[in-house]
Design a protein around this ligand. Structure first.
Ligand SMILES: *Cc1c(COP(=O)(O)O)cnc(C)c1O
Length: 286
């Protein structure tokens, strides 16, 4: 496997480096590629079906769909009921994933939680479950590969940054690179919640630094200041995702001053749907 390249980016007169994991593949990229690495390297005949669940615009969903198309595995994805608008959309992660062969199954709100808890029962050994967002212990091996690439780039920069949802990426990256500082920020919930999620996997290492956003942001809601950061990033030459990256960049610009390598976590395929929501709110076009 080829190493993903590094780009230089100038933002507010500061130099940043970006590890371009977004360029690995159109759909199976970013941290989802890293998190699914172990499964991707598993011989196709070991499984015939992958099950997962979660949101309908999830980047993990799209990455799993792309992986299953490549491996010729059936992919069943469970979600809560969704609206007609979304079913008929002809762009975005959900649309692309269905075109890649994903079987979408809606589960009623009242049964959802119990249903998800029950999918592990009666599993045959050719079926594999990927937990929501790809938050599994198996993700660690793929992040060690990323860590090794970062070491081999041998840049003078010793601080890294990556935004957190479940926190799996930031945690395993920090554990794999104790000689680097790893900055992260919670994009779902707050720092306390994020630390709880991480602690389920491993004690939090000292080199993992949590940056607290200046105000509380709700996940996947449109915010003018996020769009503002996005615009600056686009002008600097790189497109990032609109759900996680703007919060991380804001924290880096406001709360750090050294040279940092940002690990691009992918997810740009979701931007079109998100920009539509910004449009509906009247905050886009810029
Ligand atoms: C999934 C995702 C994240 C969050 O990764 P976690 O390992 O769950 O913390 C961050 N950025 C993007 C673009 C993602 O798709």
């Amino acid at each position: 496997m080829k190493k993903s390249p590094i780009s230089k980016l100038t933002l507010e007169s500061r130099t940043f480096y970006v590890k371009r994991d977004d360029l690995i593949d159109p759909y199976l990229a970013g941290n989802k590629y890293r998190k699914l690495y172990t499964l991707l390297k598993t011989p196709s005949h070991k499984f015939n079906k992958i099950i997962s669940y979660g949101g309908t615009q999830s980047n993990a969903m799209l990455a799993i769909a792309a992986m299953c198309a490549e491996k010729d595995w059936e992919f069943v994805y469970y979600t809560k009921p969704i609206g007609e608008t979304q079913k008929s959309e002809n762009h975005g992660n959900f649309f692309i994933a269905k075109n890649l062969g994903m079987l979408h199954v809606e589960v009623d709100y009242e049964f959802y939680k119990d249903f998800i808890a029950s999918i592990r029962m009666n599993l045959d050994d050719k079926t594999y479950i990927v937990d929501q967002g790809g938050a599994t212990e198996e993700a660690r091996a793929g992040l060690e590969v990323l860590a090794q690439e970062i070491r081999e780039h041998d840049l003078h920069v010793k601080s890294l940054a990556t935004p957190s949802g479940t926190g799996t990426t930031a945690l395993f990256l920090a554990l794999s690179l104790p000689e680097y500082k790893v900055y992260t920020t919670p994009c779902v919930g707050d720092v306390t919640y994020l630390k709880e999620q991480m602690s389920a996997f491993h004690a939090i290492p000292e080199n993992l630094i949590f940056l607290e956003p200046e105000k509380k942001y709700h996940f996947a809601k449109p915010y003018p200041e996020f769009l503002h950061v996005q615009k600056k990033l686009l002008e600097a030459g790189i497109e990032f995702d609109l759900l996680y990256a703007p919060g991380m960049w804001k924290c880096l610009l406001e709360q750090t001053d050294e040279e940092i390598m940002y690990i691009h976590s992918g997810g740009v395929t979701g931007n079109e749907s998100m920009l539509q929501r910004y449009k509906q709110k009247g905050i886009y076009p810029f």
